[in-house]
Design a protein around this ligand. Structure first.
Ligand SMILES: [Zn+2]
Length: 344
C-alpha cells in the first residue's frame, strides 16, 4: 500500500505525482490541476507525507528557495492577499524538505514548508483562485520575506487508546518466556497470537490500539504507555504442569481500584471464554507495571492468559495452544473494551 507521495517533473515539464510504496511508484498522476491533485492525494489513506524530487541532472545547481518568514506573522493574512494567489510552485529546499509557495503572478504570496499531506491539502485549499501547480524547474530562484503558513496543530489524541505489550521476546539474549506442554512452543510466540487477537477485537470496536514487542528494561517498556488510556502486558503462565487458571495483575503498591477493576474484568472474561478457573484480579510488584504507573496512563495490568504447560487432568483438558491463545486474546480485548465503556 502506498505510504508517501513524490512530486517530480516529467520530461515535458509537467508535474508527475506518484504514490510510492517504499521506493516504488504504485500509482501516478500527470497533471497541473490543483483539483486533480487533491483528489489524487485523498485516494491514499495510508499516505501521511510527501517529498519533492530535486530536478534531475542538476547536482548542486538545484532550484533555490530562500523564503524568510515575515516577522509580523501574528497578523492574520487578509482575505484579499489570499485570493490574489493564482498558482502554486513546489520546491525542494537545501535540506530536502518540501516548500510549497502560493504565487501571485511572479511574486510569492505565502509558503508552507513541511511534508504533511493533510497540511498540503489545507494549504492548497486556502486559495480559491489558484487552480494550477508546477514543480519548480532547475534554476528557479525565489527569495524574499513572505508569510509562512503553518498547519493548525494536530488534533489531540483520540481517547481510549490501548497499548498491548507482547511479553518476553526481543532482547539480548532473546527471552522466550515459559515453555508449553509440547516442550517446543514458547510463551513469547503465544503472547504474539494473544496480543494480536486482542487488538483485532479492540480495533473492531473502533478503539485505537497499538501492539509493541520491544527491547529494554521492564520499567522502560512500561514507560512507553505514556499518553495511553490502557496498558496491558500480555503473558501466559506456567508452573509444574498441574495448574490451570486465568488471572490478571495490577501493581501492588502503585495500582488503584481502576487497575484492579480492569484486571478482574479480563480474568473473568478469560475464565468464561476458556472454561478454566478464575483466580481474578491479583496484585504484584511487576517491573513493567511499575514503569507504566510512572506515566499518566489511566490503567495498567498484566494478563496471564492461561497455563501453557498444563498437561490436563480429569476435569480440564490439555490446552490446544493456538486456539486457547487466540480465544484468550479475544477475551482480553473484550475485557478492555468493556472497561472503557464502564469508565469513559
Ligand atoms: Zn511471561
Amino acid at each position: 500500500m502506498a505510504n508517501w507521495i513524490l512530486f517530480a517533473r516529467d520530461s515535458s515539464g509537467m508535474p508527475l505525482v506518484s504514490a510510492m510504496n517504499g521506493g516504488s511508484p504504485e500509482n501516478s498522476l500527470s497533471t497541473n490541476l490543483k483539483a486533480n491533485l487533491i483528489g489524487f492525494l485523498q485516494l491514499f489513506s495510508g499516505v501521511g507525507t510527501f517529498l519533492v524530487a530535486k530536478p534531475s541532472g542538476t547536482d548542486n545547481e538545484v532550484e533555490s528557495v530562500d523564503l524568510l518568514p515575515r516577522t509580523d506573522l501574528d497578523t492574520p493574512t487578509n482575505s484579499s492577499a489570499l485570493s490574489s494567489a493564482t498558482w502554486f510552485q513546489f520546491f525542494c529546499d537545501d535540506d530536502g524538505q518540501p516548500v510549497v509557495v502560493a504565487m501571485d503572478g511572479t511574486n510569492p504570496a505565502e509558503f508552507y514548508k513541511g511534508n504533511l499531506k493533510l497540511a498540503l491539502i489545507d494549504f492548497l485549499s486556502r486559495y480559491s483562485n489558484a487552480n494550477t501547480f508546477q514543480i519548480a524547474p532547475a534554476g528557479t530562484s525565489i527569495s524574499g520575506s513572505v508569510a509562512e503558513w503553518k498547519p493548525s496543530p494536530p488534533l489531540p489524541p483520540s481517547k481510549h487508546r490501548v497499548m498491548l505489550e507482547i511479553g518476553h521476546g526481543p532482547g539480548v539474549p532473546f527471552d522466550p518466556g515459559a515453555i508449553a506442554h509440547d516442550s517446543v512452543t514458547t510463551e513469547h510466540s503465544l503472547n504474539i497470537i494473544a496480543a494480536n487477537s486482542a487488538r483485532n477485537v479492540i480495533a473492531k470496536a473502533g478503539i485505537n490500539c497499538t501492539v509493541i514487542d520491544t527491547v529494554g528494561s521492564l520499567h522502560g517498556i512500561g514507560l512507553q504507555s505514556s499518553g495511553f488510556d490502557v496498558f496491558c502486558s500480555v503473558h501466559h503462565n506456567s508452573f509444574n504442569g498441574t495448574v490451570q487458571r486465568a488471572e490478571a495483575f495490577s501493581h501492588a503498591t502503585k495500582g488503584d481500584g481502576l487497575d484492579s477493576d480492569l484486571a478482574g474484568m479480563i480474568a473473568t472474561e478469560l475464565s468464561k471464554t476458556l472454561s478454566i478457573p478464575n483466580a481474578g484480579a491479583k496484585k504484584a510488584k511487576l517491573g513493567v507495571l511499575s514503569g507504566a504507573e510512572d506515566t499518566n496512563v489511566r490503567v495498567a495490568v498484566l494478563a496471564e492468559v492461561y497455563f501453557i504447560d498444563f498437561k490436563g487432568n480429569g476435569t480440564l483438558p490439555k490446552p490446544h495452544l493456538k486456539d486457547f491463545s487466540t480465544r484468550g486474546g479475544e477475551a482480553i480485548g473484550r475485557g478492555i473494551v468493556e472497561w472503557l465503556k464502564k469508565h469513559p
